[in-house]
Design a protein around this ligand. Structure first.
Ligand code: THU
Length: 133
């Protein structure tokens, strides 16, 4: 589990990122901050589309940005949203595949921690690259 200092820094970064969330249809704004093993923070926001199904969650946008920067190892993710929701099923699979079993901090719009969980808790018995050999 990452220490409280790192938790607070990560939540602050996710709250800041959330200001740029593009959610004109749902008005549900999500900011994510992903902490790499080398202590870099990479953020993401949800980006909706007028063709609703093309919308992309903040979690997957943060992960895509991190991969594009050459990052491969992660320790934690903070997700900030109204009420501190858990990631959707599609994002749980992507988090598992790319980040493995990391800490997942769920915080509300005020930055208050609602839960600290993990990939394995949110997606037990996941399908993964181990199944493709
Ligand atoms: N959304 C996220 O970005 N992350 C979540 O964890 C839950 C849902 C987005 C998708 C969509 O833009 C909006 O929130 C409402 O579903």
């Amino acid at each position: 589990m990452i220490d409280q200092n790192k938790q607070n820094t990560l939540i602050a970064a996710a709250m800041q990122a959330r200001h740029e969330a593009y959610a004109p249809y749902s008005h549900f704004y999500v900011g994510v901050a992903l902490l790499t093993k080398d202590n870099e923070i990479i953020t993401g926001i949800n980006m909706e589309n007028s063709s609703y199904g093309l919308s992309v969650c903040a979690e997957r946008n943060a992960i895509a940005t991190a991969i594009g920067k050459g990052k491969r190892d992660f320790q934690a993710m903070a997700i900030v949203s109204r009420g501190g929701v858990t990631p959707c099923g599609a994002c749980r699979q992507v988090i598992f595949d790319i980040c493995g079993n990391i800490d997942i901090i769920l915080a509300d719009e005020e930055g208050k921690i609602r839960d600290i969980t993990s990939t394995e808790t949110l997606l037990p018995n996941a399908f993964g690259n181990k199944d493709l050999v």
